[in-house]
Write a new protein. Structure first.
Length: 229
């Protein structure tokens, strides 16, 4: 018999989420690239949680655009090279205390290749198997009920405008469905990197055809304006 649960107070509650590399445009037109893992998807919408003092949310507020690049386990070294870098100069005190340093050339440092997006200005990361262009739909401050933490965290709702997927992770014979047995996302759990293991049980929900989940945003994305070359 297992021991009973105890009351615990972990400093963080990152029980396991996928890593996202967010690319945005700086004021001078250069590209910023930042790793994060506070993200989840509903349809073609994504919710992102970010430190308000970071360069990424500042760029997103100013431009209303970003690209969500999803790295696989093969990209872990590139992600880790970005782990304690920031595009904010001077480095915010909170990040400085955690060992962060300013770096403008994030793509170069990570060893990733910026390539043009179709509907937004920020570039995609070529080596990431999944790249999702997005526009900001809404912004919300987190922890507004706390006098000390108010303003420290910001959340964004972004709407996907174009999805790019490497063919080798798609279902055989399909262009619109990812094969979970081929896709190996990079996961983050309590500040450590992990990959997915084998499927452990047949899912009842997996018997529902994916097309029954399609939302109007998919059709809307087809009409997204192309970025001028």
């Amino acid at each position: 018999m297992r021991a009973p649960h105890i009351v615990s107070e972990p400093s963080i509650l990152y029980f396991g989420t996928p890593v996202v590399l967010i690319s945005t445009k700086n004021e001078d037109g250069s590209a910023n690239l930042a790793p994060m893992s506070s993200a989840f998807w509903l349809g073609w919408r994504c919710i992102l949680g970010l430190s308000a003092v970071s360069k990424t949310p500042q760029n997103m507020i100013r431009t209303g655009e970003c690209v969500l690049n999803l790295p696989s386990v093969e990209n872990v070294a590139a992600v880790d090279r970005l782990a304690r870098l920031t595009g904010t100069d001077p480095v915010p005190a909170r990040k400085l205390a955690r060992g962060y340093a300013y770096e403008k050339n994030k793509f170069e440092i990570a060893g990733l290749t910026p390539i043009a997006s179709l509907t937004v200005a920020p570039p995609r990361a070529l080596e990431c198997p999944v790249q999702m262009e997005a526009v900001v739909a809404a912004k919300h401050d987190l922890m507004e009920d706390d006098d000390v933490a108010r303003g420290a965290i910001v959340t964004f709702e972004v709407r996907i405008t174009r999805v790019h997927i490497r063919p080798d992770i798609l279902m055989d014979g399909r262009t619109d469905q990812v094969d979970p047995d081929k896709w190996r996302p990079l996961m983050f759990s309590f500040q450590r990197f992990y990959g997915l293991g084998d499927e452990v049980h047949e899912s009842t929900l997996a018997k529902i055809p994916e097309h029954l989940y399609r939302m109007p945003d998919i059709a809307r994305a087809r009409t997204a304006d192309l970025v001028a070359a």
